[in-house]
Design a protein around this ligand. Sequence first.
Ligand code: GDP
Ligand code: CA
Length: 323
Amino acid sequence: MPEKPRVTVLAGGVGGSRFSMGVREALRRRGAPEATVVVNTGDDLWLSGVRLQPDIDSVLYALGGVNDTVRGWGRAGDTERVNEELQAWGAGWPWFTLGDLDLGTHLARTGWLREGLTVTDVVARLAGRWPLGIRMLPMTDSEVDTHVLLAGDVRMHFQEWWTRHRAALAPLGFENPGIAAARPAPGVEEAIREADVVLVAPSNPVVSIGPILAVPGIREALAAARGRVVGVSPVIGGAVVRGMADVCLTAIGVETSAAAVAAHYGPRRTGGILDAWLLAEEDAALAASVEAAGIRAVVAPLWMRDLELSAALADAALAAAGA
Ligand code: GDP
Ligand code: CA
C-alpha cells in the first residue's frame, strides 16, 4: 500500500462520523491525505416541509467541528425557538426536535433541491462551508428512506420507530422503497474501485451500512475494488457501543456478536464485502471463527472515546489493509 493511501470510508451517522474523524487525523499525520466518505442516506426524511439527512449532517457537523459533542447530535450551541413554534402549531413530530441552526441547514438543502440540484450537488455545497478535509458523497441521489415493517402489516418510517419508539416495537424487517432502481451517486463507484483501501466504519450494519450496500452497483464496486476492504466491528463484547443496533441485527437474524456481523458482511472472495475485520480486544476469542469464515481477523482497541483513540483505530484499519 502507498505511504499516502487514497482511502474511501462507508459510513452512517454517529459511529461513522467518529470513525471519519479518526481517518482524517490518521491521514493528516501521514501528510496530504486523500479520502472520501460515502454516507448513508437511508435515514433521510421529509418533515415540516424540509428534507432532513441525519447521517449526512452528523458527518458534516463532526468533520466541520460544529457538532454538539455533549448531546451527541446536532449543532453545538443550538436553540429550539422554531421548534417550539412548530410544536405550538402542531406541525411536525412532537418527539423529533429540530434545532434552529439545524433548521438552517435543512432549509438551505431543501431550497437547493427545489431549485433542481442533485443530492450530490447539495452535499458538496454544504461541505463547502467548513474545511472538512475529506470529500463527502451521499450513497445515492435517489430518495430511499428506510421503512420498518411491524406486526399487523404496519409500516413505519425508520425515524419514527427509532426516535419515538426507541426501537421498542419488534421489527420484522427493514425496507428502502425504490432502492432497486437507485444508482450510486456520481463518484461513489470510482471512489470504491480506485481506493487503495476501503474502510467500512463501525456503523449500524443494518440501517447504516445496509442501505449503502443495497444500492445496486455498490456491492459490485466493492467486489471490483483494487484495494483491500477492511471493516471495523460496531459490536464490542457482545453489545453495541451506543444506540440500539442490536434490535436491528436481531430483526435480520444476526446475533449481536463481532463474529456474526463479520459473517453477515461475508468474505469478499465468496461474494461478500470484507477482506479483513477489526475486532475488539474483548472479542479476541472470536478471531478464529472470523478467520474460519474466510476473513482476516485483526484484534485492536475499538473504543473511539476521543480523537486520539479514533485515529489509532483508523491506523490499525489502514495497517490491516496493507498487510
Ligand atoms: P447512527 O447512524 O447515528 O446510528 O450511527 P452509525 O450507524 O454510524 O453508528 C452506530 C453504531 O456505531 C452503533 O451501533 C455502535 O455500535 C457503533 N459505535 C459507536 N461508538 C463506537 C465506538 O466507540 N467503537 C465502535 N467500535 N463502535 C462504535
Ligand atoms: Ca443513521
